[in-house]
Design a protein around this ligand. Structure first.
Ligand code: ZN
Length: 333
């Protein structure tokens, strides 16, 4: 009896499903548009602290920003395809003043220039791939953004600190450092500025699970934004554009996934995406899931899509438009 009922139910459901399919998407595999996930707000207490300026910081820079502290502003992450999760943004700061985005300000920088610097750290290599290969892939991603010619952001590399024998290794990574203390882990790092955009390398499950629940299962990479704060801990907006002034950004990759140069998760693709965040871009594109295989695709497909959908090493038109909107006036805005 029970079985018969179930069969009838299944039959009527399948009729219903086939009708719906005919009406909505005749002749096409079932595709479902996915809601953009809501931004997450996770205000941190005492989220304003001092970090060390580089030893060679000149006195003009010191007088301009020496009194500022920094705060962790946001984390933007990209997800693996088939994980059922779309990438999103977590905000950590007090939103009293409603600032929900952030960008760099010409000259307001620890390196004292309006040029944007980056650093590729080799101290947290991926388990899967030689650090030379991953460094080259990240370098190519930075070149791709450098080759977008709408502005003069002066993107340049701070060379990696090669350690001579007998010298002590200087670790970098502000987020890794504080996050390690906070979570009771050792992610290396130091409370020290090295570049405007810092590629911090690969970390394991405990790093990403702590960032958000089960995060290690779906986050491929994350970009953290640090903003300047005044002595009272308030966000700083010296150019009055409604955006919090960025001190620097840091990027970390999830080593619980398999990373390969061109297969599985492609380093250059994710580095290009994260560096897009590093250069102030947000996620872009509408997400659709093909129900038959659970795969997510985006329209339009772009570097700044919130989920990985295969190799994507070219800056697309929409990515370029987003980049140029942020930087076209630089450094004269
Ligand atoms: Zn992202």
């Amino acid at each position: 009896m029970k079985k018969t009922k179930l069969i009838m139910l299944a039959a009527s459901l399948s009729i219903f499903a086939s009708c719906e399919k005919e009406i909505e998407t005749p002749g096409i595999a079932e595709v479902q548009k996915l809601e953009t996930p809501a931004m997450e707000f996770r205000p941190l207490e005492n989220n304003s602290f001092n970090i060390k300026l580089p030893d060679n910081t000149d006195s003009k820079v010191k007088s301009k920003i020496g009194d500022y502290n920094i705060s962790l502003f946001s984390a933007e992450y990209i997800t693996a395809n088939g994980s059922e999760e779309l990438g999103t943004t977590i905000f950590f700061t007090n939103r009293g003043n409603k600032m929900l985005s952030s960008d760099f300000v010409p000259g307001l920088a620890y390196d004292g220039t309006s040029d944007i610097s980056y650093y590729i750290d080799k101290n947290r290599p991926s388990n899967d791939i030689d650090v030379k290969v991953s460094t080259a892939a990240i370098g190519r991603a930075m070149d791709s953004w450098r080759n977008v010619n709408c502005s003069d952001i002066g993107l340049y590399e701070i060379p990696y600190d090669e350690v001579e024998e007998g010298e002590e290794l200087q670790e970098y990574g502000v987020f890794a450092y504080f996050y390690g203390i906070f979570s009771g882990n050792d992610f290396g790092g130091a409370p020290l500025y090295i570049a405007d955009v810092y590629h911090g390398g690969w970390l394991g499950a405990e790093f990403f699970d702590y960032l958000t629940e089960r995060g290690s299962e779906f986050i491929l990479g994350v970009t953290l934004t640090y903003t300047f704060t005044d002595e009272d801990g308030n966000l700083v907006d010296t150019d009055n554009n409604g955006k919090a002034d960025v001190a620097f950004r840091e990027i970390y990759y999830n080593d619980t996934f398999t990373w390969n140069d061109g297969r599985t998760y492609d380093i250059e693709t994710i580095a290009l995406h994260e560096a897009g965040h590093g250069l102030s871009q947000a996620h872009f594109g509408e997400a659709f899931r093909t129900n038959a295989n659970g795969k997510i695709h985006f329209s339009p497909r772009a570097v700044m899509n919130a989920t990985y959908s295969g190799i994507q090493t070219a800056v697309e038109k929409t990515d370029e438009a987003g980049h140029c909107a942020n930087w076209a006036e630089w450094p004269n805005k």
